[in-house]
Design a protein around this ligand. Structure first.
Ligand SMILES: O=P(O)(O)OC[C@H]1O[C@H](O)[C@H](O)[C@@H](O)[C@@H]1O
Length: 630
């Protein structure tokens, strides 16, 4: 940590804080540094009953923990927000997400160091309650992606945990699946792991993903954790007002971090352990008859990590196994993501991956997202294999190992994928959007005795039962590497696209429209529109001729559209998982068919939907359709 020179004298707490904290490199939220003078003057003084209770507990527990002192809280006013209102909106399904860096117009910071600190306190309490043990016996690992707010949030989270006596292992750069594996791999087996990431979202966002050896946190676990964090915050009487308290907030946390018992925080170099684990999977999977240790000799495999956490895949997994990884790109972590969004769902990211494969004449390209729980691949002939194609390829691999198994996917998969899985003897269970839903359904089906080995979303989240139901972008990509090498060993060549996916029927056109729900009651408004859409189709309204509601449907309304008048395909109207949006997905097997289908949906909106509740104007651009087949 860099020590900034003190500016001026430091007579009061406020003056000290003003003197001791200044922006670095224009990035204020991650550049706030503590002031030793301020620290010695204020930070060891217990304040308020919550603080005194904590200190008493610490003494009773015999553990020297973070000596935390809240800076002067602003006088309570009737307008001070309820602390819970700072925490609860950070829930994003089964993750925590927020704006962690100021500076983007219209995006107020919501996830700062204070919040992270109290989330650490809350997590300690939650884990202790769940396991029926004292926090002092718990060990938690923390890793992060390269976002610029990561170091501060990690320090704050660690300080919160250690203030309760939890031992913390800081990994530095890590991936989401590696964090989960740190609860599993022998010799590590942390009680919980936290990944600090906001996946593919812009540089100013950040968030937390939580794991225990049972898997990722569910929605209810996150709600409970946020509630506990708010209670911890209240107990310490910490500032909970907005922007002008931010500097004090961060100072508060950083001073506590500096007073954490150093013995409770250790730096652990875990990624080499996880890389060795992946190398073993590939070695065992290929079981090369001649060079077991270097089964990728003679293969050129490149990685595009988009400057996220995935660069290790090239240098620490593929290269040591003998692969030529030259031509890999954007491997160095850079939290500004200067090259492209690290996201295999993103067109630019896939174009970059395709270009790299073509330029370097690689046999395979692997594109991963920031925290590497998702991936896509690029075949040696430059064909992007993401979305339906990736699921199809993973289905092929899975069905070879587990004939007849059920495969769960999200709701927006193509009809051609269902036919492909059927033709391989598998069963396709098309479920809902959201990887947690998809994986959860797989767990449930297995529990009911329905063998379900693969759960995969078009976003690139893919999980296998054989791998702890963990969505791991490197595990999926490893399966593709294994099949490519095995087929080559069988004399079938290195090609994985034309040979394995030749029977996958793809739509001619595919498109997605995201329509904004405008009102405060967007959930109810959305549900009403969906109900009206159902009646409109079911009643055979003019405009919905040849449309049939699909029977096996778990989300929104999916209609299959019969051939005629230049149409054939399907449409799905559903509510977005997280955002105030209705989403329309359309696929057509006929050139120009999507436009026809969208026109029909437009007539539904014109007749049925109130413009004050939904903005359907995007549908009027309905003919800018992405061509799937080239
Ligand atoms: O419902 P949507 O707005 O399309 O978003 C749904 C998507 O949200 C996130 O990105 C999740 O990681 C995905 O698993 C999910 O599918």
């Amino acid at each position: 940590m860099v020590a900034l020179p003190l500016q001026g004298s430091c007579k009061s707490q406020r003056a000290c804080l003003a003197a001791c904290h200044q922006p670095v490199g224009g990035v204020t939220s991650s550049g706030i540094l503590p002031c030793p003078e301020w620290r010695s003057k204020y930070s060891l003084r217990p304040r308020g009953p919550g603080q005194q209770r904590l200190m008493a507990q610490q003494r009773a527990g015999g553990v020297v923990r973070a000596a935390v002192a809240a800076p002067e809280a602003p006088a309570a006013t009737s307008t001070a927000p309820d602390t819970k209102s700072l925490y609860m909106p950070l829930q994003n399904g089964s993750d925590v997400r927020g704006v962690a860096v100021e500076g983007v117009p219209g995006e107020k910071q919501t996830l700062n160091a204070t919040v992270a600190y109290f989330m650490g306190c809350g997590l300690a309490e939650q884990l202790a309650q769940r396991q029926g043990v004292s926090p002092q016996s718990l060990r938690v690992s923390i890793g992060r992606d390269p976002r610029i707010s990561g170091p501060l949030l990690a320090a704050a989270l660690a300080a919160g945990l250690t203030s309760k006596g939890v031992t913390v292992a800081r990994f530095g750069y890590a991936t989401t699946p590696a964090m989960f594996m740190s609860t599993i791999i022998q010799g590590y087996e942390y009680d919980a792991a936290v990944m600090i990431t906001a996946s593919h979202l812009p540089y100013n966002r950040n968030g937390f993903k939580f794991f225990t050896k049972e898997g990722g946190y569910e929605k209810k676990d996150i709600s409970k954790l946020l509630t506990l964090a708010a209670q911890e915050h209240d107990a310490e009487n910490a500032p909970n007002t907005a922007a002008d308290a931010r500097y004090r907030d961060e100072a508060f946390v950083l001073s506590s971090a500096l007073h954490s018992e150093p013995g409770l925080i250790e730096q652990v170099d875990f990624m080499p352990v996880y890389s060795a684990h992946l190398r073993d999977i590939i070695k065992k999977g290929i079981d090369h008859p001649d060079h077991y240790e270097q089964p990728l000799k003679g293969f050129k495999i490149i990685v595009d990590a988009g400057n996220g956490s995935g660069g290790f895949l090239a240098s620490d997994v593929l290269a040591p196994l003998g692969a030529d990884t030259s031509g890999s790109q954007f491997l160095d972590p850079d939290g500004w993501f200067p090259n492209h969004v690290p996201n295999p769902e993103d067109k630019e990211a896939m174009i970059a991956g395709v270009r790299a494969v073509n330029t370097s004449r690689a046999d395979l390209g692997i594109v991963v997202d920031t925290d590497v729980d998702r991936s896509a691949v690029v075949a040696g002939n430059g064909t992007p294999i993401n979305s339906n194609r990736y699921i199809a390829l993973m289905s092929y691999i899975t069905l070879r190992k587990y004939p007849g198994t059920t495969i769960v996917t999200d709701s927006v998969t193509s009809n051609g994928l269902t036919e492909f899985i059927d033709s391989l003897g598998g069963k396709h269970f098309r479920y809902k959007r959201g990887y947690k839903n998809v994986i959860g359904k797989g767990v449930e089906l297995n529990g009911e005795g329905v063998q379900t080995e693969l759960m995969m979303e078009t976003s690139g989240h893919g999980a296998m039962k054989e791998n702890y139901y963990l969505d791991d972008g490197t595990y999926s990509a490893s399966q593709i590497v294994i099949i490519m090498v095995k087929r080559a060993l069988e004399g079938l060549g290195k090609d994985i696209y034309s040979s394995l996916l030749k029977d996958l029927k793809e739509p001619m056109e595919s498109s997605e429209f995201r329509l904004k729900l405008k009102g405060d009651n967007f959930k109810e408004d959305g549900q009403k529109i969906l109900a009206d859409f159902h009646s409109w189709v079911q009643g055979g309204a003019s405009g919905a001729e040849g449309w049939n509601l699909e029977k096996e449907n778990h989300e929104g309304w999916r209609v299959s559209i019969e051939e005629g008048e230049g149409k054939r395909g399907w449409a799905l109207l559903r509510a977005s998982l997280h955002d105030p949006l209705l989403v329309l997905n359309v696929e057509s097997d006929v050139r120009g068919g999507s436009c026809e289908i969208v026109r029909q949906v437009v007539s539904f909106f014109e007749e049925n939907a109130d413009e004050s509740t939904v903005d359907s104007s995007k549908l009027y651009q309905g003919c800018s359709i992405e061509m799937v087949r080239h």
